[in-house]
Every structure is written in C-alpha cells, then in structure tokens.
Ligand binder design. Sequence first.
Ligand code: NAP
Ligand code: COA
Length: 271
Amino acid sequence: MSTTDPLLSTDSFTEKVVFVAGGTSGINLAITERFASLGAKVFVISRSQDKVDRAVEALSAVTPMAAGMAADVRDYDAVAQAVATCREQMGSIDVLVSGAAGNFVSDAASLSPNGFRTVIDIDLVGTFNVCRAAFEHLTKPGASIINISATQAINPMPGQVHVCAAKAGIDALTKVLAIEWGPMGVRVNAIAPGPVDGTEGMARLTPTPAHRERVLSAIPLRRYARLDEIANTAAFLSSPAGANFNGAVLVCDGGQSVLGSGAFAAAWAAA
Ligand code: NAP
Ligand code: COA
C-alpha cells in the first residue's frame, strides 16, 4: 500500500506499540509485519524461543523497534511478564492482537479429553489471559484489541469440535469485553478468516490437493484469502478509519460462511 493511501500511510502507527500473541509465524506474523510497515514498534510472543528470534530478526528489517520473548499463552504469569516487558521497553500498548492457536483434524469420538482441552486452553483461555494481562498496560483511551477467530465459530465443521467451540468462545469473549472496556476507551473486535493461503492452519485442514480443490469449490470467490488481506483488515480496524468498530467480528472468507457449513463440510468430506 502506498504512502498516498487515504486510510493507511507509512506513518499511520508511528510511535504506536503493537503486541502480538502468536506473532512469530503465519497470519499473526503477517499482521505484525503490516503494523511494522506502518511505523509501529512491535513485540511478539510464542512458545518457541527460536521462532521468536527469527521473527524479531525479520521484523527488524521493517522497524527499528522489534522485540519479543518466549511465552506460552496458557501460562498467565508468563504472559503477564511478557506484556510488562513490552511496556517497559516500548511504552503503553496501543494495539493488542491475540492470535495464538492450535488446530488438528479429529472427529469428536476419537478426540481425547486432553486433546479437546488443549485447543480450548490455547485458543480461548489463552485469549482471555492475553487480554486480561495486557489490560492494565493498554493506552486508554485509544487502544484496539483484535482477537483472531475463525469461520469455525459460526460454521460447525466436522473434525473441528475443539476449534469450533474455542473460536465461538473467542467471539463471545470479544463482545463481552467490548461492552465492559468500551467505556474505558478500549475497543475490542475480532477477525474471523476463512481459509488463508500458505498457512500452517490450511496445511493441516487441507492436507491434499483434492481437499484444497474441493474446499475452493465451496468458496464463492473460488480462492483462499491472502495473508496481506487479513493483515490489512487488522490495520484498518486499529486505525482512525475503524474507530467506531467495537464488538464486531469481521468475517474475511470470500463468502464461504454465507453458504453455511453444509457446502464446506461436504466438500471436505468428499475430498
Ligand atoms: P501458525 O503459523 O501455526 O500460527 C500460530 C502461532 O501461535 C505461532 O506463532 C505459534 O508459535 C503460536 N502458538 C501456538 N501455540 C501457542 C501457545 N500455547 N502459546 C503461545 N503461542 C502459541 O498458524 P496460522 O494458520 O497462521 O494461524 C494463525 C491464527 O489464525 C490462529 O488463531 C488461527 O486459528 C487463525 N486462523 C487461521 C486460518 C488459516 O487459514 N490458517 C483461518 C482462520 C483462522 P509457537 O509454535 O512458537 O508457539
Ligand atoms: N489428533 C488427535 N489428537 C491430537 C492430535 C491429533 N492430530 N494432536 C494432538 N492431539 C492430542 C494429543 O494426543 C494430546 O492428548 P492426550 O494427552 O490425550 O494424548 C493433546 O492433544 C495434547 O497434545 P500435545 O502434543 O501434548 O499438545 P501441545 O500443547 O504440545 O501442542 C497442538 C498443541 C496439539 C495444538 C499442536 O498441534 C501445536 O502446537 N499446534 C500449534 C500450531 C498450529 O496448530 N497451527 C495452526 C493454527 S490454525
């Protein structure tokens, strides 16, 4: 996007601090890179120190202020330490993105209770931990929280009972926080992507070319989302142009969810 863009320019987020949970790969890293390209200072966390180091190195090519630390979003104390470190190093947090997640395909009858709990813990409890721990460090008024949901929240999908439940919980959590924190000047929204090209998530959900082709046939636009489309949605929501969004779940899926889960599930099952 050029510097003449009416909504976003290379200094739209200058001096702003963006904290991204799960920001070391895929969609969340693309979101972090987008904010960095718009002038922000960025701080990422995920479990693997190696992934944090690689992400910080890549982000440092875009912004002079990139840092991170290893933290598991299931561990509240580790998340609290990370947001406090970000605050110390960069100042109060203007944009908080919570996108750490886990996914695998398993039908409910085969899924162990620990398998179900693991995804709920990472996605839903993790999102609560990130929002709760960051709250005291957010810029008020003016902060923007973006939780990363998925179309599984609204499209029940076989093989995804754990993810559907976790992401539906994230949508509900987003709306409650929007009501509670809106009056304090903190906007809370979610982005629900459909299939996004070149991601770990889609590698797991569409493991063969046949899966991919069938899933494409159930998306009205007949294509997956691009990483930059999700990243730009996050930047828009957090910019002055998105300033009246609060409690929204922005679905970015090429129209997949308009058809409902039936077409998508049938396509997946037939592949
Ligand atoms: P990804 O590359 O695997 O990203 C997941 C990130 O979360 C990684 O940085 C990972 O790093 C981190 N993470 C995982 N477990 C964690 C934990 N317990 N604590 C802290 N960090 C953790 O996957 P992706 O496909 O880009 O998905 C990113 C987000 O988009 C997820 O919220 C996903 O549900 C959502 N989404 C994806 C799609 C899609 O098409 N891919 C569609 C809809 C929604 P570590 O391994 O270092 O922890
Ligand atoms: N099918 C069924 N159950 C599975 C599974 C699969 N493919 N993968 C893991 N599980 C179960 C395990 O068997 C275990 O349950 P058990 O103790 O009853 O055997 C439970 O889930 C936890 O597994 P574990 O490997 O200990 O979890 P972890 O915390 O190390 O890893 C995952 C979390 C499982 C979500 C892992 O896939 C991960 O780290 N994912 C992050 C990346 C990702 O998923 N990206 C896409 C985001 S959309």
